[in-house]
Every structure is written in C-alpha cells, then in structure tokens.
Design a protein around this ligand. Structure first.
Ligand SMILES: Nc1ncnc2c1ncn2[C@@H]1O[C@H](COP(=O)(O)OP(=O)(O)OP(=O)(O)O)[C@@H](O)[C@H]1O
Ligand SMILES: [Mg+2]
Length: 419
C-alpha cells in the first residue's frame, strides 16, 4: 500500500495559454479535499476562478460545496471507474485485483493519473516545477491489448502500463486510451470481453446519426484493430495545432452534485442554469432538448450528468459538443432516462412527456414536434447507410432496430399531429 499524499498542487492552462501556471493547493483533511488559491495566482491580472460558485478567487481555505467531499471541478479532472482501475493496477499490481477503488485515496488518483486530462487542469506534487507525466506513446493495437489485460487483471509490461496510464485521467467506466493521430487528440474507446452486444458499433451509429440530425457532436471514426472495433472520438477540449487546453465542467458539477447524488440530476435544473449562466441560452436550450429527444430515439438511457459538459471561460458556460451517446441494453419497452426531463420529476423515455415539457426548454409544443419529426425522419432515412458504415451484420441490425433505435415505447401516447 502506498502512503496517501495529503496535498497536491493544481496547475491550469489559462484561456489562450500554451503553458500551465500554478493556481493553488489541494489539501486532504478529515476526508474532504479543501482548496486554497496561491498568492501568485491571485495577483495575476488574467486569473480566472477554476469554477464558480464553488471556487471564487479569494484568499483562504475553500471547502467543497455542501454535500461534496471534493470540489466538483477538481473531481471532473480526475479518473473515474476505468482510470481508477488503471492507476490501481499500475501502483498495486496483483494487489489491485480485489478491485476496491477505496484502496487508494483521492489525491493519489489525481497525482498518479496521466497529465493529459480532460479540461484545463493538471495536478502536481510541487508548486514551482511542472512535470508532464506523459512521455509514452503506443500503437492502438498495443493500447487495446493493454486495456484487455487490465480488464482481466493481468500484469502489464512496463511500457504498455505507462502508455495506458496516459489516458487514465479520462473519466467514464468503459475501457479507453488517449492517442494522437496526425496532430489530432483522440480518445480511443474499446470493446470489452464482457460486452453482450456490439456496443462500439452502436455508439458509432448513434454518434453519426446525431451529427446527421443536426446535433453538435464530437467527431467519431470507427476503426478495426486486430479484427475488433475501436471508436476514435476527437477531443473538443484541445485546440488543434496548439498546446492550449479548454476548461470543461461536467453537468454534475454545474448542478452541484456528485456521483452519490447523481439520481437527482435534472435536465430541467440544467435548463434553468442555462438561462442564467450560458452563452446563447435560447439556442442551447433547443440543443439540450434535441439531445434529450435523440437519447430517447436511440435508446441512450445512460445520459447521466457526467455525459454532458460545458466549456468555462471564467465567467460564462457554453455547452460542449455531445459525446458518449451510446445505445444501452434494454429488456423490454419501458425505460427511463438517467436525468429527469421535467421539473416535476418526469424521466420516462417517452416523447409525449417531452413535448408536454417543451416550455422548460423555451420551445413551443409545435417546435418540439417539428424537431422530433425531423430526427425520426433522418434516422429512418439514414439507418441502412449508417449500418453499412458500422459494418453491422444483419443480426446486429435487427438487434438494434426498434429496440435501441426507435423503440415503440418512445412513441406511446405520442401522435405526430397535435391532439
Ligand atoms: N470528445 C471529447 N472531448 C473531450 N472530452 C471528452 C470527449 N468525449 C468524452 N470526454 C470526456 O471523457 C469522459 C469519458 O468519456 P465517455 O463518457 O465517452 O466514456 P465512458 O466510459 O463511455 O463513460 P460512461 O461511464 O458514462 O459510460 C467524459 O465523461 C468526458 O469528460
Ligand atoms: Mg460517459
């Protein structure tokens, strides 16, 4: 067991900057992680708060918001279930196989995961020296095999272990790695041997269709590596051909929740925050409503608050492109979304209920119906073509169609013509 550090320094890439500066210090005390801005940072003219309201620019110790143990904006920059497994495997080797992530403390996960993390933050042991922890590179095939080894609890050769560690700071539960390709920063998402259906093909199809229905969505490509599917997702938190990093916050943080409270996350609450704190509120609300509808039409019930995010410039929020639109397994018809769609707690995966709540998203019922009709029409029109692009077999296609994609349950009680 490694000893748990009690402090870590937060470094940040300010908007437009190519190099990081030290912003402050995290301290683990009595189970919570507190934050202090450094005086050098507070005295900068271009300093921005790491996030508001949780970390305002001021002298002194700032505790996490009520109910949280770590500030949300810090947690967003750290590993989640997948990355924690990679870090555990790296530090504990065979000892990681019991798999309890609590074997390591929160600052260990921040300090020992890769530096190329989502957003504009990194964590360091020192305030005066920045050490980039990402020297290793590897091929996609190597990274995929390394991810398999972690999934199966096998010990990795050192070079692969380090290459996989590079991507360990990226959140989420699925196996993944980071890579660069022709100057593009990419997230590679792998299949797992425990998958019961072609999940990578399903995610590719949904992301492609999302772009076609007009959502703003991260660009994806499907690759075959050693006969297996890999989804490559272009990162939106990097500025191509520069070393700049864009600050990103999850909707979970914006809603002032953590994973233990994730079931209280609500699109309706997010919509209220969009009205108050986002650029282009009206267009953003329409996009948010369109994403809810699309999640319903493609069976993505895993639309939890870490699967939505916003850019942060120190003052305003701006919705990021959509990502992780991944059709989920479902037994029968009835299902619900991970976030509540209505202020009344409504969360069923049904269009009729969405349309009734269109006003929450500054849309009329007619506008909501037109938006739905357009999405359905494009999905029906392009389905076969997308299946070809995803190299789906006839069995794959019939598995997804009318089960994840355009499940009849979504249309229960919904008529295209206003009643
Ligand atoms: N295109 C992107 N650009 C920047 N960051 C991204 C992008 N796609 C995903 N991310 C970040 O990486 C995290 C993990 O990605 P993703 O949600 O696709 O993984 P996952 O393992 O499928 O997640 P889950 O556990 O929700 O199934 C996201 O929560 C988000 O912070
Ligand atoms: Mg996710």
């Amino acid at each position: 067991m490694t000893s748990e550090p009690t402090e870590a320094f937060v470094w940040t890439w300010l908007p437009g900057a190519e190099e990081p500066v030290v912003a402050g210090r995290l301290e683990l005390a009595g189970g919570t992680v507190d934050y202090n801005y450094g005086r050098s940072y507070l005295s900068r003219d271009d300093a921005i708060p790491l996030y508001l309201p949780e970390l305002p620019l001021r002298v002194g110790t700032i505790a996490p918001l009520p109910g949280l143990t770590v500030p949300g904006c810090i947690k967003d920059a750290g590993p989640d279930a997948w990355g924690q497994r990679v870090v555990m495997q790296h530090l504990l080797g065979a000892g990681a196989q019991d798999g309890d992530p609590a074997a390591l403390g929160p600052l260990t996960y921040l300090l020992r995961s890769g530096s190329d993390r989502i957003g504009a933050l990194d964590f360091q042991e020192r305030p005066d020296l920045y050490v980039d922890r990402d020297e290793m590179s590897a091929t996609l095939a190597d990274l995929m095999q390394a991810a398999d080894a972690v999934n199966e609890g096998r010990i990795l050769p050192r070079a692969l272990d380090l290459a996989l560690l590079h991507g360990s700071s990226v959140g989420g539960a699925r196996p993944k790695a980071l890579l660069e390709d022709g100057g593009r920063a990419l997230i590679a998402k792998f299949s797992a041997s425990t998958d019961t259906y072609p999940i990578v093909k399903g995610e590719f199809a949904a992301m492609e269709l999302a772009a076609r229905v007009g959502l703003t969505v991260a660009h994806v490509e499907l690759r075959q590596v050693m006969g297996r599917d890999v989804l490559l997702v272009e990162r939106f938190d990097r500025v191509p051909r520069t070393k700049q990093r864009r600050a990103v916050l999850s909707a979970l943080t914006i809603l002032e929740l953590d994973e233990l409270m994730a079931r209280y996350a609500s699109y309706a609450d997010l919509a209220q925050i969009v009205r108050e704190r986002f650029v282009d509120a009206r267009a953003t609300l329409r996009e948010l409503f369109a994403r809810i509808v699309f999640n319903i039409l493609t069976g993505n019930s895993d639309d939890h608050a870490r699967n939505h995010a916003a850019f942060w410039d120190g003052q305003w929020l701006a919705l990021t492109p959509a990502y992780d639109i991944c059709p989920q397994p479902r037994a029968g018809g009835e299902t619900s979304q991970a976030m509540m769609i209505g202020a009344d707690g409504f969360r069923m995966s049904q269009l009729a209920g969405c349309v009734q709540r269109a006003a929450t998203y500054m849309l009329t019922e007619g506008e909501a119906r037109d938006l739905i009709a357009h999405q359905v029409q494009v999905i029906e029109r392009d389905w076969a073509e997308i299946c070809d692009a995803a190299r789906m077999t006839a069995v794959d296609r019939s598995f997804f169609w009318r089960r994840q994609f355009l499940n009849p349950y979504a249309f229960d009680g919904y008529s295209a013509i206003p009643a």
